[in-house]
Design a protein around this ligand. Structure first.
Ligand SMILES: Cc1cc2nc3c(=O)[nH]c(=O)nc-3n(C[C@H](O)[C@H](O)[C@H](O)COP(=O)(O)OP(=O)(O)OC[C@H]3O[C@@H](n4cnc5c(N)ncnc54)[C@H](O)[C@@H]3O)c2cc1C
Length: 389
């Protein structure tokens, strides 16, 4: 293989370029990214960066790394078409031929059909975060649409800096898609304890120059409205090229699309969950980097291993570090251990553990989940002591 092209220079796109070189790939390697400048990590955008404004600290690698490793970084260029027959991608007047193409296009913020939605600020890119940070320069009344990870991380920082904060969440609890009711309740107490107003089950219906209106008719006066209502995967390029898309670019257990010359990874792809075989799409650094490593091994070494990494995730909100090991569904059953660790079960199968400021249990859970499936009865027999299992 002589030419590998990667579309997207985020966490996964850059990691796959790094891993390809680490595995010994010596051919041409091009990473094309729509955003300008050097690739950066997003997680600190809703955490440390809002406080420090230190963009250098976000860089995934310095410019010299790309030069030294023969990785051509084409920044500020959006690919607009994939020609699968000619094995070429097009970006305006420019074109890039490939033997293998890797799609790492990530997601973009969802804009729910709310009147005045254009007035809201986003928190997805470095540019978005810099704009928000500048807005927090003087005391503000902040309204946040969405009580998910990003909305709540922003709320914690803004409140910590002394701003007035209101979070409006359409669902009846916080982070409902990703965590148990017990963990939602923990974070509701945390945010309310900080003085943030949290309104649940009341979606925003309108944004105007003075704030926002909720479905109940409630008015939230605000100087700044942040839209953190979730994301949509960037799948259009793949769909237009005739690849299968189902809430993400569909890939198999080797992360190959239905075209053997095209792989996809990270936030933009829907892959079979190793535990259940269900197609899932994750928005996490872990998935993007583990996908990247598997693809690099396959392309360089011909390894045909199936993706089997245990999903894990973190979110920092004020002094609470939430960590999730494994992958649960909202309907999963919940057992809260005496020390607060939350165990999730899909029927009898142990699916995930949620912890707050408990790295030890999180690491134990990641290790245990990596082996053969564990049943609820096995955990009950040892009083949920993972080390004893
Ligand atoms: C504010 C924030 C906080 C987060 N916090 C956490 C956290 O605490 N823990 C965690 O695990 N995850 C967190 N995440 C999620 C994590 O950042 C993503 O899961 C990760 O970045 C996914 O990597 P990716 O490469 O798939 O996509 P991205 O990093 O989103 O990169 C995709 C890139 O592709 C580019 N692109 C798209 N289409 C094209 C095109 N046609 N041509 C060229 N380029 C294109 C985009 O511009 C983008 O730069 C956070 C995300 C955000 C926004």
């Amino acid at each position: 293989m002589e030419r590998i092209v990667i579309i997207g220079s985020g966490q996964g796109g850059v990691q796959v370029a790094i891993s390809l070189r680490q595995e010994g790939y010596e051919g041409q390697l091009t990473v094309i990214g729509a955003e300008p400048g050097l690739p950066y990590q997003r997680p600190p955008l809703s955490k440390a960066f809002l406080k420090t404004g230190d963009a250098e600290a976000l860089r995934l690698r310095p410019a010299t790394f790309f030069e030294k490793n023969g990785i051509e970084l084409v920044d500020g260029v959006r690919v607009d078409r994939i020609d699968r027959e000619a094995r070429t991608v097009h970006a305006g007047e420019r074109s890039f031929a490939y033997d293998h193409l890797i799609l790492a296009t990530g997601t973009r913020n969802m804009r729910p059909p709310i009147e005045g939605a254009d007035r809201a600020l986003d928190l997805r890119t470095l540019e978005d975060a810099a704009r928000l940070r500048a807005a927090l320069d003087t005391p503000k009344r902040c309204a946040v649409i969405g009580g998910g990870f990003i909305g709540l991380e922003f709320a914690a920082v803004a409140r910590g800096l002394g701003h007035e904060v209101t979070v409006a969440e359409a669902a009846s609890r916080l982070m409902a898609r990703a965590v148990s009711p017990e963990t939602s309740a923990h974070f509701l107490t945390l945010h309310e304890g900080m003085g943030t107003t949290v309104l649940l089950g009341d979606p925003a219906t309108g944004i105007d120059a003075n704030g926002m209106t909720l479905a109940s008719g409630a008015r939230i006066e605000a100087d700044l409205v942040l839209m953190a209502a979730g994301v949509v995967p960037n799948t259009e390029l793949a769909a237009e090229a005739g690849l299968a898309v189902d809430n993400g670019i569909v890939v198999d257990a080797q992360l190959l699309t239905d075209d053997p010359a095209i792989s996809a990874l990270g936030d933009c792809c829907a892959f079979p969950d190793p535990a259940t075989g269900r197609l899932v799409r994750l928005e996490s650094v872990q998935a993007a980097t583990d996908h990247a490593r598997l693809i690099a091994k396959r392309l360089v070494k011909g390894a045909d291993a199936s993706y089997a990494a245990v999903a894990w995730f973190w979110s920092d909100q004020a002094d609470s570090k939430l960590q999730i090991a494994g992958l649960s569904s909202p309907a999963d059953d919940t057992v809260r251990r005496g020390d607060g660790a939350v165990f999730r079960f899909a029927g009898e199968r142990f699916s995930a553990v949620e912890t707050v400021n408990d790295a030890k249990t999180h690491m134990q859970a990641r290790k245990k989940l990596a082996f053969s499936p564990i049943q609820r009865s096995q955990l009950e027999a040892v009083d949920f002591d993972l080390a004893a299992l």
